[in-house]
Design a protein around this ligand. Structure first.
Ligand SMILES: [Zn+2]
Length: 180
């Protein structure tokens, strides 16, 4: 039997988590997870309260009344400013630093621990979009972190070039953020 693809299961990624304000210590968020079944219905497969501390997220499963799961968060300052966030996979003896966690059988873990195949067209195209956007940011001397605000025009760069690159950058980012 083929392994399920990463797109077949619900996921949480660092960009979404950051947009939702989850990396602010003290933040708390309710997360309802639904998947599409064969009939196109949306059964709820997970209901969590996620609480944020300085270095971890705690997932409380409200459906199973099960225990809490703690996912450590790694904050890595970037060379040109900003912070890169990653989850540390909570599965036993894994410890991988990842940008995506997947929900299978009621718990979040990385792609490898859940034995998910990584052939998602969508996700690889998203990674390409982000990589391109970061390439433009470097050319412009902006912080690598795509979530940081846009910077100014480098002194020696013509405005027409700058405008073109900035427009490209904004389009890439917008597309990356809306692809799942
Ligand atoms: Zn793992």
């Amino acid at each position: 039997m083929a392994r399920p693809l990463v797109t077949d299961v619900p996921s949480l990624d660092v960009l979404q988590a950051r947009e939702a304000g989850l990396f602010t210590p003290g933040a708390s968020l309710r997360l309802e997870v639904a998947t599409t079944d064969a009939d196109g219905c949306l059964p709820i497969v997970g209901k969590f309260t996620i609480a944020s501390t300085a270095d971890a997220l705690t997932f409380t499963d409200e459906l199973d009344g099960g225990g809490d799961a703690t996912v450590p968060v790694v904050r890595q300052p970037m060379r040109f400013g900003g912070i890169r966030y990653r989850f540390r996979c909570p599965a036993r003896s894994c410890d991988r630093r990842v940008e995506m966690l997947y929900l299978v059988d009621g718990y979040f873990a990385c792609r490898v621990c859940h034995h998910l195949a990584y052939r998602s067209q969508r996700e690889s195209s998203r990674e390409r979009l982000l990589t391109k956007a970061v390439g433009i940011r470097r050319r412009l001397g902006w912080p690598d972190d795509p979530m940081e605000p846009n910077g100014d025009r480098p002194k020696r760069m013509r405005s027409v070039t700058f405008d073109r690159l900035r427009a490209q950058h904004d389009a890439l980012l917008a597309e990356a953020l809306t692809s799942e």
